[in-house]
Design a binder for this molecule. Sequence first.
Ligand SMILES: NC(=O)c1ccc[n+]([C@@H]2O[C@H](COP(=O)([O-])OP(=O)(O)OC[C@H]3O[C@@H](n4cnc5c(N)ncnc54)[C@H](O)[C@@H]3O)[C@@H](O)[C@H]2O)c1
Length: 311
Amino acid sequence: MKTLVTGGAGFIGSHLVDALTARGDEAVVLDNLSSGKLENIASAMANGTRLIEGDIRDAGFVTRTLEAERPGTIFHLAAQSEVRKSIEEPTFDATVNVVGSVNLIEASQKIGLDRFVFASTGGAVYGEGELIDLPAVETTVPEPMCQYGLSKFVVEKYLELYRRLYMFNSVALRLANVYGPRQNPKGEAGAVAIFAGQLKNGEKPTVFGDGTQTRDFVYVGDVIDAMLTASRTDVEGTINVGSGVEVPLLELISTIGGLGENGNTFKPSFDTARKGDVQRNSIDPSRAAADLGWSPATSLEDGLKKTVDSI
Ligand SMILES: NC(=O)c1ccc[n+]([C@@H]2O[C@H](COP(=O)([O-])OP(=O)(O)OC[C@H]3O[C@@H](n4cnc5c(N)ncnc54)[C@H](O)[C@@H]3O)[C@@H](O)[C@H]2O)c1
């Protein structure tokens, strides 16, 4: 079975590629290495994974690649995944995340792809959690607070349209704040990578706001299980992939601090809250449990320990 992973050299994508290679799939990575790294896929490449270097914004390149490769399944993870950058450079965000995704969906539909799995966001699509019932469910009306959240939502809507027009077989997984080894500190949920690095270097963490803001954290290994399971089903629409638990940032810092030798001095300093950062977020994984038989298996403490140990 040939599987194409866009963004396969990135944090989540490279773990997915490792899992696909381990189960004997022929995995092809499409990535422009803008935030992804060759070293993330070095061992997968040694085991036969191929990298096709190129940009999803280039419709001709995307079409030629899909026509030549003809994968059965595509996992679409390539994205501009920085909330900050989406606010500062909204046109860039929309070009990569919306236009790039449309290029891929259109070319996928034309080659008669079997299954398209899209990495959407449960952290940014719902918007301010203080204004809705938490944990958010898939039927909660999205009110994103940043361009990144909106661009992901727009792609979900394209997938719905392609289902209506062409019976295009897809699912959008709304991932919570994903953390784990190889994490990109600038990406969504980059706080865990930043704090873990600071702990290792004996530095102090900085919190934007008062630290009472909450996030829903999910370990990368659990996310890969959800993606692989979703690819093997015909489940459609949007599915939350998170824990349903709100963790205040101060609690996260204290848990990370407890994993290092300098833990008792690992106390944050505070800076002003940033535009686009919501105060509260958590997403309900009940649909994932019912339709995919998936629920997060890794406790926050265990996952954070694996993350800190990997640095
Ligand atoms: N990390 C999280 O907490 C989180 C949460 C929700 C959703 N997501 C989504 O999951 C996906 C993977 O996120 P990640 O954290 O691994 O980010 P990442 O930045 O590590 O990975 C993104 C990958 O896409 C590639 N890429 C970027 N622009 C490209 C382009 N124009 N053409 C081809 N390749 C391009 C990058 O080089 C990189 O390898 C993204 O779509 C992101 O929006 C991540």
